[in-house]
Design a protein around this ligand. Structure first.
Ligand code: NAP
Length: 483
């Protein structure tokens, strides 16, 4: 298979917070991988910027160490690492002061794509945006990349949008949700809109319900203080799960073009019904033997923050009325997995004997681990003995289906950074989308706060609280296994 990669132009990429955890773990290793795939034009440059006193060589060494730590060993190559770090330089800078800005202004070129990655806390976004302009660094051609969390409620998201809008046009702002950079998420759009097979069935008439699960095995240890102010609803549902829901539920856009796709996602968010508390289960992992509980990690003995949430969400539009979307996410669960599962309805009438067995079709879109898709179809069990039905998988794990070309699939950050350089906003959230998501989330959180109820307990290493199972049981349905 010949792969066609859309080339990128030469660029200067400034990473504010270029010495931080995200830069070291994701952004720089991702850029290294694109460099090693030959996708970084020769005269492109990456400029790290933070307050720490480093020179270019010190920064290059830090980045080489980060690559050795965070890039799989079989993807490391000394000559390639040396070639990559040649493209790096560093400017000590203070986002809140004058230090370093004139030096940065001298370094950043005006005749190549300029991208500024704000890999710092959101409290610094306004300072950075303002100084990029007042020091004459940014131009109409510049792009800025901002990380989650984008606000903690509608009011803070609006004020962040307003701060950025003072210095940059919406077409220059790239709000990252790395879930959108995953190969399978884009494949969801390909499956839906490039095949005639699924779209006619993609509605309440044929789909019984949809399950979206993002399960993590990690606890909040080490980030307890941060997480305690956030919780699963703000940290995962408002952004990642909401985006997955939108891509599953949206109408076909007229083109695969940024605003056409984002308009359709926005319509889905606006069609979400308010969720009554009876359709939500909030959980907190408790201690178990030697395992510490959420309270121990958060260091707040009275914390009512949820580390798990399961909810039933209804969409009020023609396509989805009557087909619930069940969302579930949590920390310290049994397995790390993310998947969207489409449960089709059973056939309207079975022509086979009652004891032949019947199985509804299920389409699973796996984001992790092993990105891929699996469609369960019903066939006749082979052999004599009459008509007995079994459901079997039509499984497509990308690595198996596409062979070596799937091995070099860029990870989410690599792809998204390259999309910034290409100027393609399709996989980034627009300001109005983020605000609409908070407008739906806020009343739910406000109601919890008013009630001040403790989340239910669940065992660390389990599939979540029993009550979450009940949420589906009472509708005669069952969650897929967390495995
Ligand atoms: P971090 O490890 O604390 O790094 C922060 C970076 O910002 C450091 O390089 C720090 O260097 C720099 N910085 C802090 N204050 C500064 C100032 N006044 N002027 C210039 N630079 C300054 O944080 P992080 O984990 O990398 O996260 C960065 C952002 O990404 C945050 O908004 C976070 O919520 C978001 N995020 C992170 C992850 C992740 O996996 N880490 C995932 C998703 C989103 P100096 O102290 O030397 O200045």
């Amino acid at each position: 298979m010949v792969s066609r990669v859309i080339p990128v132009s030469s660029f200067d990429l400034v990473i504010f917070g270029g010495t931080g955890d995200l830069a070291r773990r994701k952004i720089l290793p991702g850029l290294y991988r694109r460099f090693s795939a030959g996708q970084m034009p020769e005269n492109s440059r990456i400029i790290g910027a933070a307050r720490g006193d480093l020179d270019d060589d010190g920064y290059r060494k830090m980045v080489a160490d980060a690559i050795k730590e965070f890039v799989p060993k079989d993807r490391q190559d000394k000559a390639t690492i040396d070639g990559f770090i040649d493209h790096l330089s560093y400017v000590p800078i203070d986002a809140r002061g004058d230090r370093g800005w004139k030096d940065l202004a001298k370094l950043v070129r005006k005749d190549v794509v300029q991208a500024f990655y704000f890999s710092v806390g959101p409290g610094l976004f306004g300072d950075l945006a303002e100084r990029l302009h007042s020091f004459g660094i940014a131009s109409e051609m510049s792009r800025i990349v901002v990380e989650k969390p984008f606000g903690r409620d509608l009011a803070s998201a609006k004020s962040l949008n307003a701060v950025l809008a003072e210095s940059f046009d919406e077409s220059q702002i790239y709000r990252i949700d790395h879930y959108l950079g995953k190969e399978t998420v884009q494949n969801l759009m390909a499956v839906r809109f490039a095949n005639v097979l699924f779209e006619p069935l993609w509605n309440a008439q044929y789909i019984d319900h949809v399950q979206i699960t993002v399960a993590e095995t990690v606890s909040v240890e080490g980030r307890g203080a941060y997480y305690d102010k956030s919780g699963a609803m703000r940290d995962m549902v408002q952004n990642h799960l909401m985006q997955l829901l939108c891509l599953t539920a949206m109408e076909p856009p007229s083109m695969f073009e940024p605003d056409a796709v984002r308009d359709e996602k926005l319509k889905v968010i606006r069609a979400l019904d308010p969720v009554p508390t009876t359709n939500i289960v909030r959980g907190q992992y408790g201690p178990d033997g030697d395992d510490l509980g959420y309270i121990d990690h958060s260091e707040n003995p009275d914390s009512t923050t949820e580390s798990f949430i399961a909810m039933k969400v209804d969409i009020s539009n023609w396509r989805w009325k009557g087909t619930p979307f069940y969302l579930r996410t949590g920390k310290r669960l049994k397995a790390r997995m993310s998947e969207i599962v489409i449960h089709f309805k059973e056939t309207p009438h079975s022509i086979f004997e009652e004891d032949a067995g019947s199985h509804a079709n299920v389409l699973t879109i796996r984001l992790q681990p092993d990105e891929g898709m699996d469609l369960r179809v019903t066939i006749k069990e082979p052999g004599p003995g009459g008509m007995r039905l079994v459901d079997v998988p039509l499984d497509m794990t990308f690595a198996d289906a596409l062979g070596p070309s799937a091995e070099d699939v860029p990870d989410a950050y690599e792809r998204l950074i390259m999309d910034v350089i290409r100027g393609n906003q399709t996989l980034f959230m627009r300001g109005d989308e983020v605000e609409a998501a908070w407008a739906w989330t806020d009343p739910i959180i406000e109601e919890w706060q008013a009630r001040n109820e403790r989340p239910v307990n669940y065992e660390p290493g389990s599939s979540g609280p029993e009550d979450a199972l009940m949420l589906l049981h009472r509708d005669g349905r069952k969650w897929g296994e967390v495995r």
